[in-house]
Design a protein around this ligand. Structure first.
Ligand code: ADP
Ligand code: MG
Length: 481
């Protein structure tokens, strides 16, 4: 691909040799970035989220020379940890993509180096920074939307038919169709894509409505800063002219009382003026813990709708759409292999596809089924696909906004008893632990207490949709790493 691009440049004589050289350099940087993204996507499948965040933050490929790749890391700890613990795995992943890579080296303090190289390349070639294709550069300053997220490139299947229909209705008639529109579901299922697509559609309409997209962390930090600097009124005033307010991952507002209070007022004043409010979350409003009751009822007061997992046909359709966008073809059996084996979510599907594309780019060779199987091992046999004790405890605690140790407190407080019973229930149901074994884990309780908990949750989940929803969401997370 990159060669054809260069050939085109030469054929059309649009560039000087200097530009040609710099364009090449730019491609090398992009290639390194993509290679590293591919490594990160696979590493994520092999190690826990917490470890991943700790050790891979601010890492990158500083340089690739001959058989050696030099990896930049932020500090000596990372260097030591990565080279001791993950050297082999990282090398194997890279070697599978690019067989010429045989050795890794680590270098500390990479940021300055990376920044310098990118700057140099961009300067020399005077290439529009857009060409770097890094998403951050494309975000619209005014709306905060990424133009990459549109309805045109959003694949619809039975798993997201309803939320997509609701999203279209809202974008045709903002403020009047469904207000608020609340979309929830597990990670990587297209929530951000969909709510941004609504934003882009409305923002590009000649009616010129004012759209603003905000991840909820931004909302919270904005409110906190406004409180601190005594400028809450001007913060609210800045949101007043907005016609469509989109808040992503609203569940993070849980437990943040002051932010909830201020957001409640912002919500009301927009809502009263028939301004559209769109929200996404990893769970429905009634399952967000520590949410003020009046805000909970506002959030769930319009259309609340979930995205589930894509089925095989949709996974295949998504792969084909992504390839079409990139104007690349892969053999049908390879696509079928990915669609039938990478099932967790759309983000992972994209990750798998990108691993093959970077292989293709580097080797200039279309991966066949055999190569694809080798490259996608991490995606297909992820150790995180299986549940275990630690994951169940971790996930239940996180879901209910507790610390893990709280689950083992000997207390009868309702906020703890229920999550504890849920944990016991899942250990029995998902891992087939015996009742006495569960009792031992929970500080030697009598095993009849565990039987009681199990039966209680089982019975209630049969009668109570909210609890069934909660159990499903927890299970989804346990199984999706
Ligand atoms: P979420 O916000 O639910 O975690 P995202 O919206 O970030 O998920 O989606 C993850 C990736 O998958 C994004 O790159 C997105 O473009 C892509 N994606 C998700 N759903 C679809 C879909 N239905 N069609 C095309 N791409 C999708
Ligand atoms: Mg998202």
């Amino acid at each position: 691909m990159y060669f054809t691009y260069l050939l085109d440049l030469l054929r059309n004589k649009v560039c000087s040799i200097k530009t040609y050289y710099a364009t090449g350099l730019l491609f090398v940087i992009m290639e390194n970035t993509e290679l590293w993204q591919s490594v990160l996507a696979q590493m994520q499948l092999h190690i826990s989220k917490a470890n991943f965040a700790t050790w891979f933050q601010n890492t990158g490929i500083a340089l690739k020379e001959n058989e050696k790749v030099i990896i930049s890391v932020p500090n000596a700890f990372s260097k030591e940890w990565l080279s001791n613990k993950y050297y082999k795995l990282m090398l194997k992943i890279m070697h599978d993509i690019d067989a010429t890579i045989k050795e890794l080296e680590f270098t500390i303090n990479p940021q300055s180096l990376k920044a310098l190289v990118v700057k140099e390349a961009a300067d020399t070639a005077k290439i529009d920074i857009e060409q770097l294709k890094f998403d951050e550069f494309k975000i619209n300053k005014e709306t905060n939307l990424n133009p990459r997220y549109t309805f045109e490139n959003f694949v619809v299947g039975s798993f997201n038919e309803l939320p997509c229909a609701a999203a279209l209705a809202v974008s045709e008639n903002p403020g009047y169709a469904y207000n608020p529109l609340f979309i929830y579901g597990g990670v990587g299922l297209g929530k951000t894509h969909l709510i941004q697509a609504i934003g882009n559609q409305i923002a590009n309409d000649p009616k010129k409505k004012k759209v603003r997209y905000m991840p909820s962390e931004k909302l919270v930090s904005g409110i906190v800063a406004a409180i601190r600097s005594n400028s809450m009124e001007s913060f609210k005033a800045s949101l007043a002219p907005i016609d469509v307010l989109i808040i992503d991952d609203i569940q993070f507002i849980a437990g943040k009382n002051k932010s909830q209070e201020e957001f409640f007022h912002v919500f009301n004043s927009l809502y009263e003026k028939n301004k559209q409010i769109i929200l996404s979350s990893d769970r429905p409003p009634n399952a967000i813990p520590e949410l003020e009751e009046r805000l909970r009822s506002r959030l769930g007061g319009g259309m609340t709708i979930d995205v589930s997992l894509p089925d095989y046909e949709t996974r295949l359709a998504i792969l084909k759409t992504k390839l079409q966008e990139k104007n690349i073809k892969l053999p049908e059996d390879v696509l079928e292999y990915i669609a039938s084996n990478v099932k967790k979510n759309v983000r992972e599907l994209e990750g798998a596809l990108n691993s093959l594309l970077i292989y293709y780019k580097i080797n200039n060779n279309i991966p066949n089924l055999e190569i694809a199987k080798k490259l996608l091992k991490g995606f297909v046999f992820s150790p995180f696909d299986v549940a275990n004790y630690k994951k169940i405890i971790e996930t239940v605690a996180k879901f209910y906004n507790l610390e893990e140790k709280n689950l083992f407190d000997s207390t009868r407080r309702k906020e703890i008893v229920r999550p504890r019973q849920v944990a016991m229930f899942l250990l029995r149901k998902e891992l087939k632990y015996s009742f006495p074994a569960i009792a031992r884990k929970f500080g030697g309780k009598d095993h009849t207490t565990v039987i009681y908990a199990y039966k209680k949750i089982l019975r209630e989940s049969e009668e109570n949709n909210k609890l069934t929803d909660e159990l499903n969401l927890i299970k989804q997370r346990v199984y999706s790493g």
